[in-house]
Design a protein around this ligand. Structure first.
Ligand code: CP
Ligand code: NVA
Length: 303
């Protein structure tokens, strides 16, 4: 059966740990100039229905470094954007390529693509999940804190695709996650219910950012209006007052806490310039690790 990477909940802790270990190994190899051409001659289609800087570059560069070829496709320039059914695109691409990455809107789109695809499908972000990003974030936490085990994670802001994926990660990998979201902007209910059934004591939801950050090791935030929600920006700015990760809020965390942000960041909104540029911030390592973890995911699924 073809294995996909659509959501973390399809993976066990052991499988996620194996991907993280391979990502570390590939990172070392790449830095030392040791060949790791695990996708020699393979082609990966990279479908973007939303904008991207990191995801596009890290997948294209990653597949190249593995000896394969990445094929950029946008909805505006392919028949997908003109209404060709997902299930048809999935079966056609399965005849040409060895793997597919998709960035799109509804999770049901990647799920449907995967149902009809005979090659592995990787979720490069949907409205519901961003699993490649959270894997890169876990790799970054391991690099800076030794392990994710025993760390307290805080999420400040919107209950969005990033928050939902963190919730799945906390339940699978068994760490404490405290989410502070404004009323009306909570994470997905089904995701919360799934995680709470698996690890009831691990997920704490509050509306108070100070409560979430107090004594935390890893602080994470993201934009208030995600892609597709641009028209809600003004209304969200009002709802998210008090949710800026600034020096005052960060001072409540552990003295050696690290700050994550998947980027792009809006300085002065969800994060202050001084925090993202400050010495707790590990956002550039985090962005780099997209490359390494995605190489591990592609190498594992496409081998
Ligand atoms: N973090 C992230 O996915 O960035 P892009 O939107 O630039 O791909
Ligand atoms: N939550 C953001 C993440 C961007 C990488 C969005 O979906 O736009």
């Amino acid at each position: 059966m073809t294995r996909h990477f659509l959501a973390l909940h399809d993976y066990s802790k052991e499988e996620l740990d194996a991907l993280l270990a391979l990502a570390h190994d590939l990172k070392v190899k790449q830095k030392q100039g040791i060949a790791h051409r695990l996708l020699e001659g393979k082609t990966v289609a990279l479908i973007f229905e939303k904008a991207s800087t990191r995801t596009r570059i890290s997948f294209e560069v990653g597949v190249f470094q593995l000896g394969g070829h990445g094929l950029f496709l946008s909805s505006g320039t392919s028949q997908m954007g003109r209404g060709e059914p997902i299930k048809d695109s999935a079966r056609v691409m399965s005849r040409y390529c060895d793997g597919v990455m998709i960035r799109t809107f509804g999770q049901e789109i990647v799920d449907e693509f995967a149902r009809y695809s005979s090659i592995p499908v990787i979720n490069g972000l949907t409205d519901l999940f961003h699993p490649c990003q959270i894997m890169a974030d876990l790799q970054t936490v391991i690099e800076h804190r030794g392990s994710y085990a025993g760390q307290t994670f805080a999420w400040i802001g919107d209950g969005n695709n990033m928050a939902n994926t963190w919730i799945e990660a906390a339940a699978i990998c068994d760490f404490e996650l405290r989410l502070a979201c404004p009323t009306g902007y909570e994470p997905d209910e089904a995701v919360l219910a799934w995680a709470r059934a698996k690890a009831p004591w691990r997920i704490i939801l509050t509306t108070d950012p100070r409560e979430a950050v107090a004594g935390a090791d890893v602080i994470n935030t993201d934009v208030w209006a995600s892609m597709g929600q641009e028209s809600e920006q003004k209304e969200r700015e009002k709802a998210f007052v008090g949710f800026c990760l600034d020096d005052e809020l960060l001072s409540l965390a552990k003295p050696d806490a690290i700050v994550l942000h998947c980027l792009p960041a809006h300085r002065g909104e969800e994060i202050s310039d001084s925090v993202i540029e400050g010495n707790h911030s590990v956002v550039w390592d985090e962005a780099e690790n997209r490359l390494h973890i995605q190489k591990a995911i592609m190498a594992t699924l496409l081998k």
